[in-house]
Design a protein around this ligand. Sequence first.
Ligand SMILES: *Cc1c(COP(=O)(O)O)cnc(C)c1O
Length: 240
Amino acid sequence: MMSAPSLTQRLKSLKNQLAEAASKGGSEVTLVAVSKTKPDADLMEAYHSGHRDFGENRVQELVGKASRLPTDIRWHMIGHIQTNKIKDFLPFVHLVHGVDRLKVLQVLQKEAAKIERQIDILLQVHIAKESTKFGFAPEELHHLADSKKWEDYPNLRPLGLMGMATLTDDQDQIRREFESLSSLHTQVGLELGKVAKARGSSWGILSMGMSGDWPVAVENGSTMVRVGSSIFGHRNRPAP
Ligand SMILES: *Cc1c(COP(=O)(O)O)cnc(C)c1O
């Protein structure tokens, strides 16, 4: 009997598939391994195979893992953000994916200034049909795509967009949602790219695609996928 593939084997095969899909689109795709609910040992197995980008959606869990695990791990905050917890994760975070409302921008700015850091962020856009998903509406995003407004947030660097497609089997719908996010990314990037550049970085991250839909996301221009269960197996705690 063949034994089930190990975590290392699943990670390796996913990376191969991802590299192949990405090369068709002519770009590189970063894999964020979504390790929420998973024990330190699982993360360390991925770490020992060379992986460094991990995603968490709960502040306490991210902070706990970041303080126990190697300091060269890049921690991605991918969850819905409660503003009173921003100060807790900010010292550890590499990239904040879920910036979905003005209040989050304001508190991020305030706390980033306190610790004198530049914080890299992605603006989350609401592209799904489900009203339970978070994010700026496309009109709100266009409104934010004005470099003048970013003078209020001097410690933040907008590097791209993040979005989640509707949870559905309808591949056409998923494709349409990713296409719309990708086209918004190009449109607002003209203006937000100026802000990123003036602050020493560049616009270009498009964080879309999870275990169930990453191939469609990559076909439509994703540069960063957030994959959990295909690497670490199913979670007991449901995703919020
Ligand atoms: C949990 C989660 C993922 C990963 O989901 P999988 O289906 O396990 O790959 C990706 N993005 C966000 C925002 C999540 O909360």
